[in-house]
Design a protein around this ligand. Sequence first.
Ligand code: SF4
Length: 306
Amino acid sequence: MLMGTMKPRYASNSRHDLTGLPPAKRDILKKGRYSFPNAIMASRGCPFNCDYCSVTQYWGRTYRVRPVAEVIAELAAMPEDHLVFVDDNICGNPAYARELFRAMIPLKKNWISQGSITLAKDPELLDLAAASGLSWLFIGIESINPHNLKYMGKKINKVEEYAASLRTFRDRGMNVLGSFMLGLDHDDKDTFRHTLAFCEENRISGANFYIYTPMPGTRSFAKMEAEGRLLHKNWTLFDANHVVFQPLNMTPAELLEGFLWLYNSFYSLNSLRKRINLSQPSLLQTVALNIGRMVRRQAFVAACRS
Ligand code: SF4
């Protein structure tokens, strides 16, 4: 019934079938304006259920996939060889990922995406990913402290397996863009230094550091709110670059400064020298990413302090 007003929220009570989605109209993108004009999604969701994750809150705990033939047809029509899969977890369904990667091999693409560290334990899938052109994988390492992983419900990560898993990626010529959260309940002022050492020992090509941020709608947010530890609800600052909660083992200011120290230390020539391997594939991409972030350090720090 037409009422002349909008509802505050429109929500579907079913999830859309991903079969028959029209391909993106990439020809309307202005050339040179996007780092990755060839962005594509083969799946939506993630089968895991981490407490802090907004993906599972948004999509539900489902993992939906597009038919492989439709993804391949869209990939084949892309004018360039570099592309990004913007999937939440490209290897969330190993059987599907196997089929997709195998079908991609003849296309000779070079691609990046995000996926869970569980991929390292599936050599066949990893080989197929390498053969299909995977060059960078964004992986949620999150914390090097097992108590933190338990605290946030990240059951798939095992600290004792990190070094072997990261070596597995390196051995296949894949770069890891590690994702780390700082300020968790088992972190203290030494965590920043230990995290930097971990990244250097394991030759992490690039890293995204985030201040732990309980996102609305997640179990982590409900817990933080119940404990009375949210500092405010100014959502514009819930960007993982600002402290929005009271940490347990440091002050909010110490958390911010430790986070900035880690960012500045990781994106330094001294650290890059320890992490880089001159014979690694995608060497130029690794250098470009690191130098690019070094150049933007000052602006990044200013934005975090604002
Ligand atoms: S593995 Fe990543 S995407 Fe999946 S539930 Fe955990 S945080 Fe979310």
